[in-house]
Design a protein around this ligand. Structure first.
Ligand code: FES
Length: 177
C-alpha cells in the first residue's frame, strides 16, 4: 500500500465519521425541537366538527342538556382514540336547530350548572349567572362575558359541534390554541 492510498483511506474514514457524528447530533436536536413544539401539536378536534349526540336526546321544550365531547386526540408521538376533550350544553331552538354552549365559565374556568327551576345557568365558584341562551344574567356576575357559544348543526338527526375552548377572565372571546 502506498502512502497516498493510506492517506486517502484515512481521509475517507474521517469524512464518514464526521457525517455519522453530524447525523447522531441532528436526531436528538430534532427530537428536542419536537418536544419544544409539542403543545402546538395538541390540536385534537379543535376546528373540526364532532358528533356529540342525536337530536332525539334533546327535549323539545328547549331545556339545555349537558354532554361530554369525545374525539380523537393526537400529540407528537401518539394518537388517542375517543377521549373526552370537553363538555357542552345543547338545547333545541327549532325543529331542526340546536344551540351549543361551552360548559366552562368565562370568569375563571369552573363548570357551570343549569338550574332547571330558575331556567338559568349558575357558576358555583363565584356566583355568576347566565340566561338560558348564555348571556350574563345579573350585573353583579363577575364573569366578563356570556357563556361561549359554539358552532352546532343537525346532520341526519345527529348533533355535530365544532368544539373549542376560550381564554377565561377577559371580555373578548379568544380561542385557546
Ligand atoms: S369561575 Fe364562574 S364565576 Fe368565577
Amino acid at each position: 500500500m502506498t502512502g497516498a492510498t493510506s492517506g486517502r483511506r484515512g481521509f475517507l474514514k474521517k469524512a464518514v465519521a464526521l457525517v455519522v457524528g453530524a447525523i447522531a447530533g441532528i436526531v436528538p436536536a430534532l427530537a428536542g425541537l419536537m418536544v419544544l413544539l409539542d403543545p402546538l401539536r395538541h390540536k385534537a378536534a379543535a376546528g373540526s366538527a364532532v358528533k356529540v349526540t342525536t337530536l332525539d336526546a334533546l327535549p323539545p321544550d328547549g331545556v339545555p342538556r349537558r354532554f361530554s365531547v369525545v374525539a380523537d386526540r393526537t400529540d407528537a408521538w401518539n394518537k388517542y382514540l375517543n377521549v373526552p376533550i370537553g363538555a357542552v350544553y345543547l338545547r333545541r331552538t327549532g325543529a331542526d336547530q340546536v344551540e351549543a354552549l361551552n360548559v366552562v365559565c368565562p370568569h375563571a374556568g369552573c363548570f357551570v350548572d343549569f338550574n332547571s327551576d330558575g331556567g338559568k345557568f349558575h357558576c358555583p365558584c363565584h356566583n355568576s349567572t347566565f340566561t338560558v341562551d348564555g348571556k350574563i344574567d345579573s350585573p353583579t356576575s363577575p364573569a366578563p362575558r356570556g357563556l361561549d357559544s359554539l358552532q352546532a348543526e343537525v346532520r341526519n338527526g345527529e348533533v355535530w359541534v365544532v368544539f373549542q375552548n376560550f381564554k377565561a377572565g377577559q371580555k373578548e372571546k379568544v380561542p385557546v390554541a
